[in-house]
Design a protein around this ligand. Structure first.
Ligand SMILES: [Zn+2]
Length: 214
């Protein structure tokens, strides 16, 4: 029984951390698009060469190239028993390609970490970093206004200004809606309440993928 999992979630949902934990629990690799692109470049595969050229020109990696890089990654032996995909698919075209890649490898389970927008705005808007050492501020430190590690001054993260945050959430909603439709039509989609403490969100994720596997 393969555990082929796709994790979807808005900025601020903690998706990366949850993907890492879930993959460790299930003993399958976490496959994030950022890592996969970096690996392809580092390994110097023919595809990696294409990725490197695109990045050197400062362009975005196309749908087709991203699909091929992920396909190559999923063919590696460590992904045979399953995977937790993070950041792919991002478009319906990528989702259709993924359907083809997992054909014959067991079902795909797509889990969306759902967090209400006001909560996301609060989380992203509240995110502060230390001006001196760059550490993310824990809530207690943020309340005190000083870095818990070095006592440096805390400042708002540059990309977390309210307008930028709203735009990131809009882009997410616009890109994700068609994906959700793609999967909902075939009952592959589970939703986990992300408006909770990280440990509770993780427990919800584990439940969702375990139930899907029955
Ligand atoms: Zn600091």
């Amino acid at each position: 029984m393969a555990l082929n999992i796709v994790l979807i979630g808005p900025p601020g949902a903690g998706k990366g951390t949850q993907a890492e934990r879930l993959a460790a629990r299930l003993r399958v690799p976490r496959i994030s698009t950022g890592d996969v692109l970096r690996e392809a470049v580092a390994l110097g595969t023919p595809l990696g060469g294409l990725v490197r050229a695109v990045m050197a020109r400062g362009e975005l990696v196309s749908d087709d190239l991203m699909i091929e890089v992920v396909r190559e990654r999923l063919e590696r032996p460590d992904a045979a028993a399953g995977f937790v995909l993070d950041g792919f698919p991002r478009t319906v075209r990528q989702a259709e390609a993924l359907d083809g890649m997992v054909a014959g490898r067991g079902p795909l389970t797509v889990v969306e970490i759902a967090v209400p927008e006001p909560e996301l705005l609060r989380r992203l808007g509240a995110r502060q970093v230390c001006r001196a050492c760059g550490a993310n501020a824990a809530p207690e430190a943020a309340a005190a206004g000083r870095c818990g590690r070095c006592d440096g001054e805390l400042v708002q993260r540059a990309d977390d200004d309210a307008g930028v945050v709203r735009e990131r959430l809009q882009v997410y909603a616009r890109d994700t809606r068609p994906l959700v439709q793609h999967y909902r039509g075939r009952s592959l989609l589970r939703e986990v309440d992300g408006n909770a403490a990280p440990d509770d969100v993780f427990a919800g994720l584990v439940r969702a993928v375990t139930e899907a596997g029955r």
